[in-house]
Ligand binder design. Sequence first.
Ligand SMILES: C[S@@+](CC[C@H](N)C(=O)[O-])C[C@H]1O[C@@H](n2cnc3c(N)ncnc32)[C@H](O)[C@@H]1O
Length: 267
Amino acid sequence: MRYYKNAVDTGYVQTSTRLIQQAKQRSYAAMHIEPGQKVLDVGCGPAIDTVSLAMMVGTTGQVVGVDADPAQVAEANQRAAQLGLGSKVRHQQSDIYILPFADNEFDAVRCERLFQNLDYPERMLQEMIRVTRPGGWVVIMDTDWGSISIDTPEVEIERRLIRFHAEHNLRNGYAGRQLYRLIKRSGLTDIAIDVFPTFIASLAIGRQVVRLDETEKAALAAGIINEIELSRWRAALEQLDSEGVFFLNGNMVMVYGIKPYPVTSHH
Ligand SMILES: C[S@@+](CC[C@H](N)C(=O)[O-])C[C@H]1O[C@@H](n2cnc3c(N)ncnc32)[C@H](O)[C@@H]1O
């Protein structure tokens, strides 16, 4: 990570878009894509990644995205069409635990920031492995919401709220830190790990990313914090932000490995 002197008031420094872009680029590289290959993005959202992957599969390759949300799929297909990639990149709505693809259909499969929403991450991983060909790469990247920290004198309240967000606003908020265990146990080989730190230096954006409105309200209702603590917490953050020194940081974790070839039995 670099510090850019005199650049403090640009949006670029307020949210670390650049760091997230770098992480995404590393996840594409981890797929080891060659021209002509067919690759899948699970939980594709609005096609940010599938259209980038289109550049890597060459003229004869194919990129497929799946998402459970029909609105995301519609937006994704619209984006691909606008970029003139409609024939190379397609997105479809699907139950993500039952992917509508044959065994071994893809040369590489990736998934970013879906596992944090899942009740059954092992099942999702098994399904990703099923549709990957032996020798192909499976790449998963997700947030460790427990690693988020916010600079404030109210350290104790901050810990409670971050924990509450990870455990109650998300189905699987510790997804990032669990990926190594999950993937190691899955039988993938040649496992590699990357961790990507990122930061936000704007209270407005930080509140959105950690869904602080929702977190504070729910934490209050659950008795995790009381009204007095909530006003102390908010006042402290607003004071820091008014001085231009709000700061949050946290980690994304990426773990990837190769689907092994079936063991041939010898008699
Ligand atoms: C944070 S977005 C990430 C999108 C994209 N992978 C990216 O990194 O830019 C999470 C995506 O997962 C999908 N999703 C969330 N919860 C899901 C669930 N329980 N089952 C299936 N898809 C889900 C959403 O529709 C959304 O597109």
